[in-house]
Design a protein around this ligand. Sequence first.
Ligand SMILES: NC(=O)c1ccc[n+]([C@@H]2O[C@H](COP(=O)([O-])OP(=O)(O)OC[C@H]3O[C@@H](n4cnc5c(N)ncnc54)[C@H](O)[C@@H]3O)[C@@H](O)[C@H]2O)c1
Length: 432
Amino acid sequence: MIGTGYVGLVTGTCFAEFGHHVTCVDKITEKINKLQQGSIPIYEPGLDTLVTKNIKNGHLTFTTDQTEAIASAEAVFIAVGTPSSRRGDGYADLTYIYEASREIARHLKGYTVIVDKSTVPVGTARQVARIISEVNPEADFDVASNPEFLREGAAINDFIRPDRVVIGVESARAEKILQTIYKPLFLQETPIVKTDIETAELTKYAANAFLATKISFINEMAVLCDEIGADVVALAKGIGMDGRIGSKFLHPGPGYGGSCFPKDTLALMRIAQENGQSLRIVEAAVEANGAQKAKMVKKIRGALGGSEAGKTIAVLGLTFKPETDDMRDSPAVTIIPALIEKGAKIKAHDPQGIEEAQKLLPPGITYTDNTYDTCRNADAVILMTEWNQYRALDLDHLGSIMRQKIFIDLRNVYHPDIIKEKGFSYTGVGRS
Ligand SMILES: NC(=O)c1ccc[n+]([C@@H]2O[C@H](COP(=O)([O-])OP(=O)(O)OC[C@H]3O[C@@H](n4cnc5c(N)ncnc54)[C@H](O)[C@@H]3O)[C@@H](O)[C@H]2O)c1
């Protein structure tokens, strides 16, 4: 497993759990040192137990040295990052993929399947094959595409009990090896969608673009509900119970974030452009998402009586969703700096994300390790990320320690009546 991040570490560990022998490789020495001692560099529920178990039983090892890991492998998975390019044009940056391909090429021994698990633009697997053949003309290998659909925060369950596995493979030999690797899932009758390589690559982007679109759709409905005085939570129930629509991803909020949707929607638009097409629905979803974040800043300002200058705002939750420490493209990263710029003082709490948040948010924020300390003497509290521990706040206590009783619920966790009964003003997303 080349790349031991959110996807590589979970995939490698779960393959070890299936009974395979897995070596996880990363070029960050500190990460590998930690893992060798059984310490997990990310927060992902349940992962520590599985890593420790599989290190102990000898199925899982960690190294910074690819040589032996690659030479002895029947399959090498590439799970390195594919962020948006630094040029800011939305293209996926494939530097890490190409670098990994060159390293793999140098160490291959015997027939090996090179499997792209990273989310990559259409045609990348063929580029990987080209690079490997160029660097090592003797190499005996096939490439395959096996995109990953796990969600951070529920990654292990998603990996072990996926809705489906997509495998883009064009050689029978490679397919057989992949079937062996995924055998435990075949046995539990997980649907396996076998495609050509390009279709597998595109399927991942299409899935993320669809989900992002669903979120932008309900966020726009929330904006309309705010204007009309309708309740978007009831509306979402009303449409979501229709089996053709489905209730998932119909929760309005401050806009989608995270390490995938923002970059993958942009990358898909570029793939379309390069092929002479435009994806107008995806473009609109992206635009609506940017607008949603800006609207949240206005909403907060409105709740504070028209200005955030000089106000102390308590922010509960910083990560892009609960049960992860991932701060990449979190709505907090857009919303908090905009509030600070207008003179707000921010106090913030997050169960797992503070270390990452400190790297991405401007200086001057007061971080606390207790929910109520964060809210003490605040003029308003913003519920930014719906961690479970914010779902049953002691509202009487909260009201008694805050300077003003202003509750801004960007995840619609609380029913407005419950908050108002306690003497707070309530601002939700698409309901009031
Ligand atoms: N995070 C998710 O929820 C998720 C879900 C599905 C798919 N994906 C996709 O999976 C891929 C990986 O995402 P991630 O979130 O795990 O990224 P990440 O940034 O957490 O991890 C990538 C790791 O790869 C390592 N790396 C880079 N180049 C390397 C090399 N040449 N050799 C060894 N290690 C190398 C980095 O040091 C890093 O630890 C991306 O393409 C992403 O879009 C992510």
